[in-house]
Design a protein around this ligand. Structure first.
Ligand SMILES: Nc1ncnc2c1ncn2[C@@H]1O[C@H](COP(=O)(O)OP(=O)(O)OP(=O)(O)O)[C@@H](O)[C@H]1O
Ligand SMILES: [Mg+2]
Length: 401
């Protein structure tokens, strides 16, 4: 079920903001509305639904409305019109007390400029929100220590922010956002101030944390690579409107319009596409068949080798036409002649890794999922086609999720 759902969620800045609503409904652009009415469109009729446990990335250029949108979610900015549902209940109708509970118990927030208090220690910084909520001292210290542990900073509780590196300060910011154990974590450009290597580490850690804690994360970035790396869903914004929502693959392979296309055209596909995008159906034979059947299959299917599997598709080896012919001659079974050393990879390994691996290998690479089952096979030509941006046909044919 959706944990957050927005319907025509809209924010207009300026005097008498509701005046702009009929203009938006007529389809006027942000520019035109500003010219004609002096009102600024922050967010234009946003519609989305975020499933519990997802990382929902909001991406877009500066001024496109990302921060406004995320602040509508906890009503730090009051929406002009529209609906916002949290677990089905209307956030915009909450009274002040309900709203306070919603923010305290269910939402955490992490900002770009860490916003740490310089004269408070690390642990005092993390406790800050809990203190405001009136949680008693011993309890809040416990919660803060737990949160500090989560971000890998145990031992630094009595340090001051200026004694920490940028990456560590950002972790403190993250620990503060997590301290009340919220279901939803809002992160506004949380990693943008970090240098690239630390940023990548933080992305990995966030993904790990996410796996462990199953938070719902709304993550803002203007960095496409970051969005593609961590997003389960990506919403791309332009001039206050969401122009497309989709998985990273959908955004890349099926851009909704020219704008999205231009946004993603410089992406290095080899760092985004995975084996599951380029793989094809593997021709197989079960181990209990004999070499004669193997040769017949090869003839019928026009291939010169078959993957040998058991009945649950666990990969056991590869048998070539020569192997099968030799087995037939010597009255042996497939298991006696098949090659057991077969190059394999996982469905989510990146094509650039595969590309290196396949450089001078003669055999295609078998794609094995984490239960050991054969999912498909990647041949060199398909990798090249995918990297050339010729991926739509592959996506349609493959069984990527
Ligand atoms: N308090 C405000 N008063 C008036 N206009 C505002 C206010 N806050 C934001 N806006 C306007 O709303 C639009 C969206 O701004 P927002 O800060 O949400 O963009 P953003 O996508 O977060 O940009 P950035 O990447 O630079 O952080 C902009 O046109 C901005 O000028
Ligand atoms: Mg912003």
């Amino acid at each position: 079920m959706a944990i957050l759902e927005a319907k025509k969620l809209t924010k207009i800045f300026g005097d008498d903001p509701k005046k702009a609503i009929p203009l938006l409904e007529k389809g006027w652009s942000k520019d035109k509305i500003l010219k004609e009415s002096k009102l600024t469109v922050g967010v234009n009729q946003a519609e989305f639904s975020i499933e519990s446990g997802q990382i929902f990335v909001i991406m877009g250029l500066s001024g496109s409305g990302k921060s406004t949108l995320v602040r509508l979610l906890n009503r730090l900015i009051e929406p002009t019109t529209g609906q916002l549902l949290f677990n089905g209940s209307d956030v915009l109708r909450m009274n002040p007390e309900q709203l306070r509970q919603y923010r305290r118990k269910h939402i955490g927030m992490v900002f770009q400029k860490f916003a740490l208090f310089p004269h408070r220690t690390v642990i005092q910084n993390i406790e800050y929100g809990l203190e405001i909520q009136g949680i008693e001292k011993k309890k809040r210290r416990e919660m803060a220590m737990e949160s500090l542990k989560l971000v890998g900073l145990s031992g630094y509780e009595d340090s001051y922010p200026h004694q920490l590196s940028g990456g560590m300060q950002q972790r403190v910011g993250l620990a503060r956002g997590l301290a009340n154990d919220p279901e939803i974590l809002l992160m506004d450009e949380a990693f943008s101030a970090l240098d690239p290597l630390i940023r990548k580490d933080m992305q990995d850690e966030l993904l790990e944390l996410q796996t462990k804690m199953k938070k719902t994360i709304v993550f803002i970035t203007h960095d496409l690579d970051e969005a593609l790396r961590i997003g389960d869903q990506i919403a791309l914004m332009k001039d206050g409107s969401i122009v497309q929502i989709g998985t990273p693959e959908e955004i890349l392979m099926q851009p909704a319009n020219k704008y999205v296309e231009r946004f993603v055209e410089d992406v290095d596909l080899s760092k985004v596409l995975t084996a599951s995008h380029a793989m094809e159906k593997a021709e197989t034979i079960t181990i209990d068949r004999g070499p004669r059947v193997a040769l017949q299959f090869m003839r019928d299917r026009g291939v010169s080798s078959l993957y040998v599997v058991d009945r649950s598709m666990t990969l056991l080896g590869l048998v070539s036409a020569e192997d099968a012919a030799a087995a037939l001659k010597d009255s042996k079974g497939l298991e006696d002649v098949m090659q057991k050393e077969v190059p394999i990879t996982s469905p989510d390994s990146l094509l650039n890794e595969l590309f290196e691996m396949m450089g001078n290998a003669k055999l295609p690479v078998a794609v094995i999922d984490d239960t050991g089952r054969l999912r498909g096979v990647v041949i060199k030509g398909a990798v090249l086609a995918a990297l050339a941006g010729n991926g739509n046909s592959l996506l349609d044919g493959g069984d990527s999720e």
